[in-house]
Design a protein around this ligand. Structure first.
Ligand SMILES: C[S@@+](CC[C@H](N)C(=O)[O-])C[C@H]1O[C@@H](n2cnc3c(N)ncnc32)[C@H](O)[C@@H]1O
Length: 278
């Protein structure tokens, strides 16, 4: 049974990193007129109310998007992401776009989205959010199991976001197995795997399996708000990207110091490294 609900965590420091990187990839895909597809294997509820009982219980967004919301100067690399967050709100920060709503606001008429979500309540919210929207298909399904059936997409270009909740240890193995198989079906695609840093050893073992897979062009972008093991739970998170668009490394180099300053007063640390180069 699934117990994870993203509503508790929406807009936290990990969402900020994930969603700003996703925005940059979508921006790069839009450089060509040709349509693309966005596949979100673990879509969540789509968007979140920050005043809800869920969000207020942990108030994680206060240490995440709320700090960016107040920022005076915004680097180019965070513009699209923050423009969407602003579009979801008026004067006050009350709502937060999850990855589906973020991407929906960024894609064009010719682009498509395919969203999978297993949790009944979050699936219903997602279905309601995109009801009647011809650009978006929503399915209550195991996003990893059904991924292969969607590849290669008819557009032959696109982004696959894999954003599991890692509720069980087996997830760390399962996502890598699925990613390797997906790549065999669609080697030109861009893939973004979100991962937490909770137990450093577990994270490194997972990423090493992918590094050893033979897949080239693996860029790792990670931001830790605390030292490894400093507290129980998540101290950082990252995005492992396969085939990232070319400007992304440079954009991340301007984004990460800014995020680190705003989110941790420069007490955190980050890395942007080619885990496997060209
Ligand atoms: C981290 S949340 C997703 C957040 C979302 N991608 C975002 O950025 O706004 C992970 C979601 O995956 C769902 N989930 C867990 N296992 C799944 C699976 N095998 N297939 C599809 N969804 C799954 C959970 O119910 C949860 O809503």
């Amino acid at each position: 049974m699934l117990s994870y609900r993203h509503g508790f965590h929406a807009g936290n420091f990990a969402d900020v990193l994930k969603h700003s990187i996703v925005s940059l990839i979508i921006q790069a895909l839009k450089q060509k007129d040709k349509p693309f597809v966005y596949i979100d294997t673990h879509a969540g509820a789509g968007k979140y109310q920050l005043q809800s009982e869920f969000a207020q219980k942990t108030a994680e967004y206060q240490q995440g998007i709320a700090r960016l919301w107040q920022a005076n100067s915004i680097p180019e690399a965070a513009r699209d992401y923050l423009a969407v967050v602003r579009a979801e709100n008026t004067a006050q920060l009350l709502r937060y776009p999850g990855s589906p709503q973020l991407v929906r606001r960024l894609i064009r008429n010719q682009d498509r989205m395919q969203l999978s979500e297993l949790h009944s309540t979050d699936f219903s919210s997602l279905q309601q959010l995109f009801a009647g929207d011809k650009s978006v298909s929503v399915a209550k399904e195991d996003g990893l199991q059904t991924l292969l059936k969607k590849l290669p997409p008819i557009q032959r270009r696109g982004l696959v976001l894999i954003d599991p909740s890692y509720e069980v240890k087996a997830d760390y193995r399962k996502v890598i197995d699925s990613l390797i198989k997906a790549y065999q079906h669609f080697a030109n695609g861009c893939y973004a795997l979100w991962y937490p840093v909770i137990d450093r050893q577990v994270t490194e073992t997972m990423l090493q399996r992918l590094a050893d897979s033979g897949i080239r062009r693996q860029l790792r972008i990670e931001h830790c708000v605390k030292a490894d093991g400093a507290v129980r739970g998540m101290t950082g998170s990252g995005m492992l990207l396969i085939n990232p668009p070319w400007p992304l490394e440079e954009q991340a180099n301007s984004l990460l110091p800014w995020l680190n300053q705003l989110l941790t007063d420069n007490q955190g640390h980050w890395q942007i490294v080619w885990q496997v180069p060209e």
